[in-house]
Design a protein. Structure first.
Length: 134
């Protein structure tokens, strides 16, 4: 059963400007693994922007936004062996997802012409009695 869908877009240039203006922002928003992965790309800021959009999309799919104590680094974008993006959750993000009956997270990322976008879908076995109503 689909629990929630989240979509977000991010400007690559805005991400680059923010990270250059605030050097510690990188560590606040991204895990060390994400920083290493993005830094190896030909356009690292496009990858950072896509991951930022994915984290926002996940929070929207949960229906909570970031107001429930989610930390940016509790949500990590990684890639499966074949290259498909996936989310790893820890901390409060993992607890919220577990409260849905260990839902599955599906993620799609894209970036083109200075815009990055992400779509996140959370699928659950059945509606949890503690899950918020959608």
């Amino acid at each position: 059963m689909i629990f929630g869908v989240g979509v977000d877009i991010a400007s690559v240039q805005r991400m680059k400007a923010a990270m250059e203006r605030h050097p510690r922002l990188r560590e606040r928003l991204f895990t060390q693994a994400e920083i290493e992965t993005c830094s190896q790309k030909s356009d690292p800021y496009a990858s950072f922007a896509a991951r930022f959009a994915a984290k926002e999309a996940f929070a929207k799919a949960l229906g909570t936004g970031l107001a429930t104590g989610l930390r940016w680094t509790d949500i990590e974008v990684t890639n499966l062996a074949a290259g498909r993006p996936a989310l790893v959750t820890r901390g409060n993000a993992a607890e919220l997802l577990k409260g849905l009956g260990d839902g599955s997270v599906h993620l799609s990322l894209t970036h083109d012409r200075g815009i990055a976008a992400a779509v996140c879908l959370i699928e659950v076995p059945s509606m949890s009695p503690t899950a918020p109503n959608h």
